[in-house]
Structures are given as structure tokens and as C-alpha cells.
Design a protein. Sequence first.
Length: 576
Amino acid sequence: MTSEAVSSAAGSVADERSPAARPSDAESLAATIDAAAGRWFATLGYTPFAFQRTVWGAYARGESGLIHAPTGMGKTYAAWLGPLVLGPGGTAGDPPPLTVLWLTPLRALAQDTGLALARAAAALQPHWTVDVRTGDTSSSARARQQRRLPSALVTTPESLTLLLAREDWRERFADVAAVVVDEWHELMASKRGVQVELALARLRGQAPGLRVWGLSATLANLDESLACLVGPGHAGRIVEGLSVKEITIDTARPPTIERFPWGGHIGLKLLPQVVRAIDTARSTLIFTNVRSATELWYQALLEARPDWAGQIALHHGSLEREVRDWVEEGLRTNRLRAVVCTSSLDLGVDYAPVEQVLQIGSPKGVARLLQRAGRSGHQPGAVSKITVVPTQALELVEAAAARTAAEARRIEPRYPVVDAPDVLVQHLVTCALGGGFVPDILRQEVRATNAYASMTDAEWQWALDFVVHGGASLNAYPEYRRVVIGDDGVARVPDRGIAHRHRMSIGTIVSDASITVQFRNGARLGHVEESFVASLKPGDCFAFAGRVVEFIRVRELTAWVKPAAVKSKTAPKKKR
């Protein structure tokens, strides 16, 4: 059992409690959660940790906060069981309305989280429905959610924003009691974090008693992270599991340093050591920093051990959804010996079968090293193992420095983004689509976020002018007049074409246009950047989706390919 540290956010005010969470009731509600969770944990052979009980008690009192504990220590159930047990029960034919929103930064994490939440719901609230909504969600699932949202929805910031752009979002979100932001450190230091802050402010405007909990395993500046999550003027607490998970960090070394390269980023010089490491473990995750390295290492492993065909796989965000789902299921069921991947598998919930992790090249940060190490031994009491495989001599020094810092728990801080005018402009159009907004009211709502707490009236007016008539620079172009303020003082989007284009471009991730990669027989492999395809000539070969393919031509935003007769080391380069 771990101990915990509980503190209030700096500058917070008295906590806001719903009538059901008065002190006289809170103890009884906390006991209800603890008893139900304890019974279910007992069937699994587990005992609740002290920090989990602390979170359940805080939730019963109507509090928000940040859970900071090592990977695999049970943060998910700490945040989930409170709203699950205290939520409405429903009936077999009439499940409860949307009660919990669970935000995740990655599609792979969304699928895995949905399974974990559904497992607990089946035991504790069998009439609850749990569903996932991301860019991978099928049209049939979207149609089902169009008719009725589940009791708990696992989604991404972009998909949540799309839901808030609906005119009926207030009715559909009327019963939301809690929002959980998973892997908050991954979102907070980017504009996606600002997008989350604005969405939370929108939800709080409708439900002032909304409880918000963030989860993280690798944060240094906890107070600042909490303040960013709950927003100015809102109370919150930090619940920290102080038990440090045991992590073993090693470095693969070349036989002779004199023959080891001083440059490069692929690292195939140490392929024999990697093969031996995979051969001695039941399951291995092999992380690379770029997609091209993932493709090349996968090909190299198959060339070194052809008998591993079907036992190893690769995973990155540009593959087709069916391929990614198959790989993730193979990890859960221990069918795969090894998976070569990018940051698409940095985060996850139920990868307990993974015995070891290999990091190809420098981890580029202590937080990332610890995060990836936690993919192995992903359960309380298990030891996490990671081996850094340097690609050049200088990375031997980087690996040693990262290991020393990790052992001392010297994790680099993540700083929140403030004053992002592009995200604000996008949010104004989203609100105009979502039933419209009154400028003065929305301005106060936006200022209730950490990102725009210091926004001046002039900055607000600039953003409003930009969406109404394109601002001073684009006033002459009608297509930039996205929002019209009516005689009733409500700003709306009057043009269906503008509404459609906005919904298609919601988000803050900027990248090249994508081109689908497809065989002549119709089988799709995934998608690559337009800039990479533009550099190809008919007959060029490249590695993608674990195969070497030959480029034929581009037509209708599709790169048509065929199996290559020769092997190639060219691969499209992308981090995710």
C-alpha cells in the first residue's frame, strides 16, 4: 500500500460542492465507493492503495484534482470508480445518460482505456454503457452515438470539440458529472491542452459543480499543472502515490567503441544485441523516435530472423486502423513476441504482458524515458525494464545522463501554453456553431481558463473581429466572415459551407496533407505526407506498413503502389 501526499492548488478558493456532497454526506458517499471498489478488487486479487481511497473520498466531497503516481499503479481506477459507483444506475433497457467524459491524447490509448472502463462498469454498474469516439470511430458507431451518447465516453480533445460544435450539445451534456483528462502532461504543454482548457470552461459554464481530474505519471511542476487543469478560481488537490515503481535502465554497448559510428540515427550496428534481447524475453516493445526508423528496424529484424514472421509487428499512427487494432490486441493477449513502434504506443493501460522495452536512440528526455519504461511491468509490484540502444557514440553519453536523472527522479517540467490567439479564434467559431454565443458572456468564460486569464479587452476584440469580418487585414474577403452577430446579440455561423469546413479542420495538430497509400487491388496500407509522395518518381521503392512497395502514380489523393521486387531502405519520415 502506498502513502499519499495531498495538497491544495496555489491560489485556490474554497471548494465548490454540490448539495449531495455536503460534509455530512461525504463520509457516507466515500464509504460507499470504498466498499464497492474493495469488493470488486478482492475478486481480482487486489487491495486498494491508500492514494486511490484518497481520490474516492475527494470525489465524494465534490472536489477536483490531479493524480500523480507511477505508471501501472492504478490511476485509472482511482479516477473512474468514484463517478462510476456514485453515478445513476439505469436499467437494462434504459442506461444512464452521458455522465463521465474521459479525454485521452492518443487513439490507441482511447481504445485501451475504453476496455478498462467497461470491465469495471460490467462489475459495478452493469447497465452503464461505455463507448469510444475518435477519428477511428466507424460510421455505424457514430450513428449509434448520434441517437444516444453512452454513459461514459472516451474521446480525444478534437472529437470533444466537434461535439461542442453541435447546436444540441447542452442537452447531450446536461448530465455530465465528471471529466477525466488522462496523461495530462502530454496535453498541457501544447495547444491541444489549450483546446482542453476551453472545452472544460464551456462545460463548467453549464455545470458549475463539474468535477475534473487529471492523471499523470511524469510531471515535475505539479502545482502549476493542477492550476492549469482546474482553472483560475477553482479549488483542486494533488493526490500523489509516493511509492516509486522499480525501474531497471540499461544501455546496450557495442563490442568495440572504436568501430561505433559518430553520426547517424538508425542504429543498426547494434542489431545483433537487439535480436538477442528479443530472443530472451516473452514480449518486447521497441520504441523509435521517427516512423522511418520503425519501418527500417522492422525490416531488419525480419531479415535477421525470418522465422519471426507473424510473431513481430510494427505500429505507428499512419497505419490503417484495422492493422493498429490487431497489433494492440496482440500485445494484450501476448501473441506477439515484439512490436516496433513510435510514440503511438507511449501511453496505454493494459499492456501487462510486455516484459521489456527497448529504446532505439536517445529518449530525448527523462519523462519520455520513464513513460516508455512503464510500458513493461504495467501493474503494481512489477519491475519495469528498459534498455537504451544508442545509434551513435554520443548517444552513449546521453543514455548515461538520462539514466542518472531518471534514478534521481529529476524530471523536466512541462509548462502550459498561454495566449494562443489561433486556438481562441477557432473556439469562437465552434461556439457560434454550438448554438451561438453572446460575446460578453463568452469572454468571461474564456477568461476562466489558465491560458486566457490575463487576456485584455483589446485581445478579445481582435479575436472577435477576426471571426466576424476577417479583422483589419482580411476584411475584403467574404470567406473570412465566418460569424454574424444578429439583432438579438447572439453570434452564429450562417453559412453551411463555412460550418462544414470548420468541422473538417477542428484541431491544433499541424502537418502536411495526407495521401492514402493503396495497392492496385484495393487494399489500403495507411497514409503518408504529401511532401514525401511529391519526392517520388514512378518505380521508386519505399518501406511502409512493414512492406517494401513500388510507387506507381498519384491519382485522386491516392498513392497507388505494388509489391516491390527489390528491397529498399527509403521510408517516409514522421514522428508519430
